[in-house]
Design a protein around this ligand. Structure first.
Ligand code: RB5
Length: 144
């Protein structure tokens, strides 16, 4: 199960991702918004809560730039959120950072590219090995 959310700037992109990836077998829990004006930190909190609790495996967050969502998401303990606009980043943030939330900008990317990046993010595993101790150090930073 994938938690997904957007602010008012990202609804069209969110629906496009849900439509395209549902056909490929992904299941989504839509945490809002539904088009109404809202504050992106509230949606980031809702989506990241699903991930941190283990209720959802990963999260996808969309706002106008993707930046506000990524700043907010990365304040939440246990979240490693990656702002992605290209396939290399979408792949390597999974391989090397074990990111559990992906953020995208609806005013930056087209819906087709966003769905493709989301699929890459959701289907790429963590490489582990030397990257594990680095990710562990990120976790240690949360407790300082
Ligand atoms: C909303 O207008 C916009 O500020 C928001 O979607 C996002 O881009 C913030 O980072």
């Amino acid at each position: 199960m994938i938690a997904i959310g957007c602010d008012h700037a990202g609804c069209e992109m969110k629906q496009a991702i849900i439509a395209e990836l549902s056909e490929k077998g992904f299941e989504f829990r839509d945490m809002g918004c539904n088009g109404e004006r809202c504050d992106y930190p509230d949606i980031a909190e809702a989506v990241c809560g699903e991930v941190v609790s283990g209720s959802c495996e990963k999260g996808i967050l969309i706002c106008g730039t993707g930046i506000g969502m990524s700043i907010a998401a990365n304040k939440i303990k246990g979240i490693r959120a990656a702002l992605c606009s290209d396939s290399f980043s979408a792949k390597f943030t999974r391989l090397h950072n074990d990111s559990n939330v992906m953020c995208m900008g609806a005013r930056v990317l087209g819906c087709g590219l966003a769905a493709e990046l989301a699929e890459i993010f959701l289907t790429t595993g963590f490489e582990g090995g030397r990257h594990e101790q680095r990710v562990n150090k990120i976790t240690e930073l949360e407790n300082k």
